[in-house]
Write a protein that binds this ligand. Structure first.
Ligand code: AMP
Ligand code: GLY
Length: 428
């Protein structure tokens, strides 16, 4: 029996907690810090997850045997390395890569040179140090618009600029190199624009073997019809109709296998999730980015489609025996709608009372940014709630999900009403 700890506090972590809590192998689940949603199935530990010593104490005090990390920050900052280097923690099953593997997300330059080295299809690119703006501008002049400019480091999902003309590209480049994204812009990657449709593929690996999770499409823009500002994600659909078995075979052969063998050959022990952001360009996959964790809100759509025991998969990962596990996907369609605070992704207020959660039917409700305030659940973030419906196809999932989300209310609630519509006419 396993005592497991999930690190994080959003909808992704609530969805993982929901799934792990159904496992017959689970003795007790903990979340740090968790949220009012995870409190229903786990013991929330009120600790600062940036303070690794506090995590250590919580793990030892509660005899926790497995740690699953939701967000990228603790991974990029070396939480796995901290566990491996500590004699009391080193045998704990840890789902998430170490600092070196986390560079796949933490440095775009690292990820691009990794792909280049292992012949993994991606947009052509060049990297420039921030003290060489003139070289970068000379390179921009050799490209055709639109121009894709990326800050090398973590920039809270905002470090990618797509500029339609050279002047804008130069201005953005100078701003980035001048410190718009702080340290993240010390190096800048300029790359070829890929024309296609995006999707996300998720893999769980023990470093040798891997399981492929259900794929998903997320909706990043705030406005309907994919307009307006970028957000953390306004919703997700799984499966993705334009990712048929022929395309997914190409993804496995051209991207997943060389990624895992490349990490191993580079001497990087990678145990955890790899989230591959892909562009489907005329039926061929190109990698846009790697993340070293699951996506949010993709997890809220993907995890409910996993029929097999995720906790058992994690335990096998710890033993290096993922080859003995099979991940079973359900055939239905999941649609996740994210309800956000008015004003998000710009300024918004917190602390509004949430109502209607008890009236939901035929759906799962994951808490993303909520807090408990005496007897009430109140808004506590930009993305507040994620509602998932699993049904036979996108049209039926939409019908149920939109009828249910109407029951939820808080001051300024907003959600997109067009999720999945763009996918209804695709056939696999
Ligand atoms: P990233 O943070 O690398 O995922 O980039 C953010 C978004 O920018 C992606 O989800 C894509 O929509 C877009 N993007 C990034 N790189 C490219 C590219 N080379 N060509 C076209 N779009 C891109
Ligand atoms: N939904 C995109 C992400 O989690 O990065």
């Amino acid at each position: 029996m396993i005592k497991a700890l999930i690190i994080g506090s959003g909808g992704r972590e609530h969805a993982l907690a929901w799934k792990l809590s159904s496992s017959p192998l689970l003795e007790q689940l903990y979340c740090a810090p968790g949220n009012p949603g995870t409190a229903k199935m786990a013991i929330n530990l009120d600790i600062n997850i940036k303070d690794f010593a506090q995590i250590k104490n919580a793990v030892l005090d509660n005899s926790i045997g497995m740690v699953v990390v939701g967000p990228e920050d603790p991974l990029v900052n070396g939480l796995r390395d901290f566990f491996e280097d500590d004699s009391q923690l080193k045998d704990i099953v840890f789902v998430g890569p170490g600092r070196e593997g986390a560079k796949l997300e933490g440095s775009k330059d690292f990820a691009k040179s990794f792909m280049h080295r292992w012949n993994i299809p991606t947009a052509a690119y060049r990297s420039f140090d921030s003290d060489k703006p003139e070289d970068a501008i000379d390179f921009l002049k050799t490209l055709k618009p639109p121009f894709v400019i990326k800050a090398d480091g973590l920039a809270a999902g905002k470090g990618v600029i797509i500029a339609d003309n050279l002047q804008l590209a130069k201005d953005e480049l100078r701003a980035m190199m001048g410190g718009k994204f702080g340290e993240a812009g010390k190096k800048v990657v300029i790359e070829e624009f890929l024309n296609g449709i995006e999707l996300s593929v998720f893999v769980l690996t023990d470093g040798d073997n891997y399981l492929i999770l259900p794929e998903a499409k997320d909706y990043k823009r705030i406005g309907e019809g994919d307009t307006g500002l970028n957000t953390g994600g306004m919703g997700a659909v799984s499966p993705v109709p334009f990712a048929g078995s022929e395309f997914m075979k190409k993804v496995e052969d051209r991207v997943i296998k060389p990624t895992i063998s490349g990490l191993k050959a580079d001497g990087i022990k990678y145990q955890g999730f790899i989230f591959i952001g892909l562009m489907n360009c005329g039926g061929d996959p190109y990698v846009i980015e790697y993340n070293v964790r699951m996506g949010d809100p993709e997890t809220e759509a993907v995890v409910p489609r996993i029929k097999s025991d995720l906790l058992s998969h994690f335990a096998a990962l710890g033993r290096g025996e993922l080859c003995s596990e099979k991940m079973v996907h359900s055939s239905g369609t999941s649609l996740t709608i994210v309800a956000v605070s008015g004003g998000y992704p710009e300024e918004y207020k917190k602390g509004y009372k949430i109502t209607g959660t008890e009236e939901l039917k035929d759906s799962l409700l994951f808490h993303s940014g909520t807090a408990q305030l005496s007897g009430d659940i109140v808004t506590n973030g930009g993305r507040v709630l994620a509602l998932t419906v699993n049904a036979k196809d996108i049209a039926s999932a939409r019908e149920i999900a939109y009828s249910q989300i109407e029951k939820l209310n808080f001051n300024g609630i907003y959600f997109r009403r067009d999720l999945g519509l763009d996918l209804i006419n695709f056939s696999k």
